[in-house]
Design a protein around this ligand. Structure first.
Ligand SMILES: [Zn+2]
Length: 78
């Protein structure tokens, strides 16, 4: 089971300090992202704070490329 927050990356919280300063909090992969106009902070989390589902690390494009390269090296293609 998962929810719209960990599955669809909907904002859990938005805040507006002023007209020019807005912030958002959402789940991306296994990170809780806190973002505003000045900085983005990522906090690694293991479980969705809203529904409690265990979160899996999203494979980045570099992970995919490295895995492919390792396979080719093993097969002596490189
Ligand atoms: Zn969730």
């Amino acid at each position: 089971m998962s929810c719209k927050y960990c599955e669809k990356k909907e904002y859990i919280v938005t805040f507006e300090e002023s007209k020019d300063f807005e912030g958002y909090v959402w789940v991306e992969g296994n990170d809780l992202v806190v973002d505003n106009d000045y900085q983005r902070t990522l906090v690694e989390i293991n479980y969705c704070p809203m529904c409690g589902v265990k979160l899996e690390k999203e494979a980045s494009i570099m992970d995919v490329i490295n895995a492919e390269l390792n396979e080719r090296v093993k097969r002596n293609e490189l």
